[in-house]
Design a protein around this ligand. Sequence first.
Ligand code: GRF
Length: 236
Amino acid sequence: MKTLSSRNDSQSPLQVVVLVSGRGSNLQALVRSINSGVVNAVITGVISNNASAPALKFAKSAGIPTTVVERRKNPNFEQQLIDAVLTFNAELVVLAGFMAIVGANFIRTFENRVINIHPSLLPSFRGLDAQEQALEAGVKIAGCTVHVVVDEVDAGQILAQAAVPVLEDDTAETLAERILAEEHKLLPAVVHAISVGSIQLGKLQRESGAKKSQNLKHALTGESLQSIAFSNDVKK
Ligand code: GRF
């Protein structure tokens, strides 16, 4: 069985496969950052469990190969998902609004190669409707997290977070919108940091000690990233 290829060249674009279920605005943000040269990566494929996901339409229009793996009434969902990822020969698997839970076998196969973006400051508000959970809890600061995917929902190692204020008159929708704007910066920032070795996930280790300790806020340019906090020197 083919395995994910290992990084052995710190200059080459990181090969990324993105799993989506719906709108795909994070996918779009990632593609924008790649196309503008800010993120050193290439999206080798997009996989969805939802054939009518707008994200798939976007991927096709951007010339990215796509695959649909239906989950409903599909006893082989997990294996087919694994096979689809392997086909795209990716080094990193990004869950960006992927609404199906990936199984233990998937996680074992791609251990330390799968990351997810979640619209809360984990470990608070795991699971569905995170923004609504935040409002119900009455928190004054909300945000988003990129984390490593493990065999427990939204529980893996936190790689980076960005915070936003919760306003008096926020609804789940207005809060989600404010968080989403941060997600669109956070996810590309993390993918780039993994690509250049500033964040190291298992076999993705690829940089010298000096580079490792670089301040990740400087890994990308732009004031927009000021609000992002990375975990320090993440590695396994
Ligand atoms: C985002 O809020 C993401 O954090 C969550 O699902 C949403 C996906 O949005 N996991 P989009 O499909 O990327 O627009």
